[in-house]
Design a protein around this ligand. Structure first.
Ligand SMILES: [Zn+2]
Length: 265
């Protein structure tokens, strides 16, 4: 049941009595993986975001020094994915339900004595909700540290591995995600069906953009026929291995920093 998570780091394997007698629970880092079940074009399966999240987190936890106390909760496989509505198989929670789940998980952890929680999100459609929920949890519990983190924002070698066009427009099911999936779950990737689809030029000026500083609220249907936003045809397992290693190394460091946080005293 622990999948990629090292069993000794899997929250679901703990007994309640072990948690009840755990010393320094206020320092123990609890990590909630947040995925999604949504279309990823004709060549990738629905599970991509959850699979990549668990792949990176599992590797990161296996790199972590033993004395750093950290546990991963079971992944939340559903997310807020309404931008992919109209593509069969996408399962989406509403923003309200997703937000409520985050707050209620935090309530339960707080009542168990934990005081550090990382929301380890791997779906690009929901960082804003995760950030709002984290701030609201912090407001409710003044001795609870919450870290609303998005997997792809961690430092990595991605700029060396992907083209500049892909770094700007490869938002979904492109080179990065496809390469990591070729590394993690190659038998579920159909490279013969991979095709490149970049979004159309939307305006004559350069100020409005899809994901830049001045974006608009788009649905995938507005900008893609296949569900792909990017170029998966250049993906490779070698790139995926390198990206995965680099992300896992950063995440091990991030988890350690959360464990030591706040450093001041
Ligand atoms: Zn994705």
């Amino acid at each position: 049941m622990h999948q990629t998570i090292p069993p000794e780091r899997f929250f679901g394997y703990l007994k309640w009595t072990e948690i009840d007698s755990m010393p320094h629970r206020e320092n123990v880092v609890i990590i909630q993986p947040l995925g999604a079940l949504e279309q990823h074009g004709p060549h990738l399966p629905l599970i991509v975001d959850s699979a990549i999240g668990l792949g990176v987190l599992g590797k990161a936890l296996s790199l972590l020094e033993k004395q750093v106390e950290a546990y991963a909760l079971p992944c939340l496989y559903y997310g807020k994915s309404n931008e992919h509505a109209g593509f069969a198989g996408t399962i989406s929670l509403t923003s309200q339900t997703f937000y409520n789940i985050l707050l209620e998980v935090a309530d339960s952890l707080y009542q168990a004595g934990f005081r550090k929680l990382i929301f380890f999100n791997s779906h690009g459609g929901q960082p804003q909700i995760v950030e709002t929920a984290a701030r609201d949890i912090r407001h409710k519990y003044r001795d609870f540290w919450v870290f609303p983190h998005f997997l792809w924002r961690a430092p990595s070698n991605i700029k060396e591995l992907l083209s500049s066009e892909e770094l700007e427009y490869g938002l979904h099911a492109g080179d990065g995600e496809t390469s990591v999936m070729l590394s993690l779950l190659p038998e579920q990737v159909k490279m013969s069906l991979a095709s490149r689809e970049y979004p159309p030029q939307l305006t004559q000026n350069n100020l409005l953009s899809i994901e830049g500083d001045l974006p608009f609220a788009w649905l995938t249907r507005d900008i893609s026929q296949t569900g792909v936003i990017g170029d998966p045809t250049t993906a490779s397992k070698e790139k995926g291995d390198l990206l995965l290693q680099s992300l896992a190394k950063s995440w091990a460091q991030i988890i350690q920093e959360v464990y030591e946080f706040p450093k001041a005293h």
